[in-house]
Design a protein. Structure first.
Length: 320
């Protein structure tokens, strides 16, 4: 009996540990006023946004044939990043590797739905001048300009405590990230931007940035990104129990999923269903995806949207 009790206590402790900081998630409050909600999300309206060029348009796109001067190279994260300047003196953050494509796609989709995103672009290859090494050709990269009129605050905003807890777009954002198998739901990616002049409807942006850990499998230790085979095999909704929804998600910070209710899943699916066929394909084209790969991703995402609208357990989960 003592051994049985001990085993039960251990099981409970492990379950609580898996929940992480669930107890620290603030209770939803009343929805914020429209002016404040606009700092996170604005209804994009009936005119489809251009998801090939995104918020910055062609105006802010990086030059393909320029030689960029390396300021700093950072090898500490999953992806190697550079801070570089172009011949016009504009400073850029350039991320190389498999996250370059996925970050551009997901950023475009979020902006198309009304969530704030910085201008970002994809280059399949580019030239960088490194001290003592000369000019070399680097592979694919996500380019994000550091614009003087847009300042990234040192402050982060937190999923579990923020002004938007009472608003469906906050929880809907989590659902959308789950649909794209975003496996990096950490507060470190949540940035606040202050703008000198209103842009995209407001002078302050609350956004999720560095979205590259997506469109593959989910997991706690370097899950494979940008992998459509892994993306296709993942289920979406695995169970609906009362006002709780369970998802096929293997990443960290699972406690955040306890914020999501059935209405949030439907809301997110309704927003994604508003995207046109042109927008879907433009988002993947902006990241230089082959048509066959884009078609597979889009097809699977549309299945998830249908499951979200119907609040239906994913057929993959049902089969398991």
């Amino acid at each position: 009996m003592a051994r049985l009790l001990t085993s039960s206590v251990v099981a409970i402790a492990l379950a609580l540990a898996a929940c992480g900081s669930v107890g620290r998630i603030a209770a939803p409050s009343a929805p914020p006023p429209a002016e404040q909600l606009a700092e996170l999300w604005t209804d994009p309206g009936t005119t489809p946004r251009d998801l090939f060029w995104g918020l910055g348009g062609e105006k802010y796109a990086p030059a393909k044939d320029a030689i960029y001067q390396a300021l700093v190279r950072d090898d500490r994260g999953f992806s190697v990043t550079y801070d570089v300047t172009d011949p016009d003196g504009v400073e850029w953050s350039a991320k190389i590797g498999p996250e370059a494509q996925t970050e551009v796609v997901l950023s475009r989709i979020l902006w198309g739905l009304g969530y704030h995103q910085p201008p970002i672009y994809y280059l399949p290859k580019w030239n960088v001048a490194v001290a003592k090494a000369g000019v070399k050709v680097e592979g694919e990269a996500r380019f994000r300009p550091k614009l003087p009129q847009v300042t990234s605050s040192k402050d982060l905003w937190h999923w579990a405590e923020n002004p938007f807890l009472g608003a469906p777009p906050l929880r809907g954002l989590l659902v959308i990230l789950l649909m794209f198998n975003s496996t990096d739901l950490k507060d470190d990616n949540n940035r606040i931007y202050d703008l000198q002049q209103p842009w995209d409807g407001t002078s302050r942006w609350f956004m999720v940035r560095d979205l590259g850990a997506s469109l593959g499998e989910t997991g706690k230790v370097d899950p494979r990104r940008n992998w459509w085979l892994g993306f296709e095999k993942h289920a979406f909704i695995t169970a609906v129990v009362g006002d709780r929804v369970q998802f096929d998600y293997g990443g960290l910070h699972k406690e955040l999923l306890t914020m999501i209710r059935p209405d949030d899943v439907r809301w997110a699916a309704q927003q994604l269903a508003r995207l046109t066929e042109q927008q879907w394909h433009d988002a993947f084209r902006a990241a230089n995806y082959a048509q066959v790969d884009a078609d597979r991703y889009i097809g699977r995402l549309k299945e998830k949207i249908e499951d979200g609208l119907a609040l239906r357990v994913d057929r993959r989960a049902a089969r398991d």
